[in-house]
Design a protein around this ligand. Sequence first.
Ligand SMILES: Cc1ncc(COP(=O)(O)O)c(C=O)c1O
Length: 413
Amino acid sequence: MERHSVSAGYPSPTTLWEDPDVAQSNRYRPGREHTSRTYPVVPPIYQTTTFELDDLAYEDIQGTGGLHETWYSRFSNPTVAAAAADLARLHGAQQTLMAASGMAAIATTLLTLLRAGDVLVASRQVYGDTGDLIERDLPRLGVTVVRIDAFDTDGWRQAIATHRPAVVYGETLSNPQLRLMDIPAVAEAALAVGATVVIDNTFATPHCTRPLELGADAVVDSVTKFLAGHSDVVAGAVSTNDPALHEEIQRRIITFGGCLDPHAAFLVWRGLKTFRVRLTDACRTAEKLADAMAQAVGVSQVIYPGRRDHPDADDKVGRVMPGPHGAMLTLVLEGGDARALQVLRRLAVAIEATSLGGVETLASVPFNSSHFNMTPQERLDAGILPGMLRLSIGLEGEQVLFDDLRRAIRAAV
Ligand SMILES: Cc1ncc(COP(=O)(O)O)c(C=O)c1O
């Protein structure tokens, strides 16, 4: 029997591409279809690995290693660039580099800045995986690490003057104690010895604190959290005002491979559009909820940087986070960790989940999540108290969240 042939009379796809005239005229050229005066309101997702080359692209590849031209998406991509430009504006930064995750941003930045023989002075209270990088990986590469409590400003000054580090690293706001690092004071001490200051601003966000304006050289973010804001994308960023530093880190994002995917970048870009509105609402709710919970039965302590009883209220809050005071709130519940877990399990609106910064309120207890690998005594020494319940405030409004918490506390045995 004769085999089925491609519809008689029509050229097969192969024939199409074999005819150079047809190939030229019929080929879809993305980006060039836009001939009207009008432009899209929303940027297209350039879901492409590569870009058609021209002489200028070759010139850039041969001249700078391809840093300034769009020719391959691990180096640059217009959708990723759109997200980076908007995040740079939020930070008041000259430039922002996007990365595949907060950890990609942090690891790439530290590995760019540190070499064997260097000293890193770092906060004791950092995100767990950053802690692993600092304690496990950097010493293997010959970096000496000195740890200081985030809130101990004299300790920072002393360690920086004594050890003359290459890099100083900390987080604006620690988890879950919500203690502040005095970024201007630490940056001043670092400047005196020529150290580069890198700040993780994930918890504070540029709505509340802009570390570059307080003297930091680079700010790293887990964009996964409040910046993207919808619990639907993992992303990171490094922002600087120093073109040379930017280029050094950019080269490592390229060689270490931690670039952001264009589709993820689109979700980041879309999330950033509502960042101010989301954070304005969430911070206001957190502030009101903090005061309401301070009066609630079953709550022994409320930790929120906007409250007068916060341990940093007298000095650092005014300098680092004068207001708004963020959308993270930590409660210490009566009855210890077991009761905090019972309360957590009885919440109906807030969701029991790790991570933070979404439009939905997320709740967790440090003893079984962020700090599970510490003994109760180690947690106590680190200021992580029995009964702590961490809340990342979303957009539900304070009355809904207050009712949810009060009901769960009453129901917990
Ligand atoms: C303060 C802080 N920094 C960095 C990270 C890491 O970010 P990512 O999960 O986007 O890699 C996290 C994640 O929870 C975090 O809380």
